[in-house]
Design a protein. Structure first.
Length: 121
């Protein structure tokens, strides 16, 4: 669930890519007459995705944001917005990887059982 090594590094790059496109889409949306608080509201999910905290849920929110920009803002670059939403959806499904806060909180645990405490005796 939290791959390390090259796969974990690739997931870090995917998280950075989602953050960069989210900031770019938020700035483009604010430049087209949207309220400036929208860009500030984008920075919270960007931080969560960048550090890998609650990644699947926040990526779902990022995907919804990018699709709403696509549908409601006249979409200057529709291909870019759809690919950005697809990247966020892929990251939501794959998870953050081993180099994230999610891996520290929800990562693998080693459970050791004491062989002397057997049930049924």
């Amino acid at each position: 669930m939290f791959p390390a090594g090259w796969a974990g590094a690739a997931l870090v790059l995917l998280r950075v890519s989602v953050c960069a496109t989210l900031i770019a889409d938020g700035a483009a949306c604010c430049g087209s007459g949207a309220p400036s608080w929208l860009l500030n509201g984008v920075l919270v999910p960007v931080f969560f995705v960048l550090v890998g905290l609650l990644t699947p849920y926040v990526c779902f929110v990022c995907c919804l944001f990018q699709l709403s920009v696509f549908f409601f803002s006249g979409a200057f670059h529709p291909f870019h917005l759809l690919i950005s939403a697809l990247n966020a959806a892929v990251l939501a499904v794959l998870g953050p990887g081993a180099y994230s806060i999610d891996a520290r909180i929800f990562g693998r645990r080693i459970v050791t059982l004491d062989p002397s405490s057997k049930r049924g005796r």
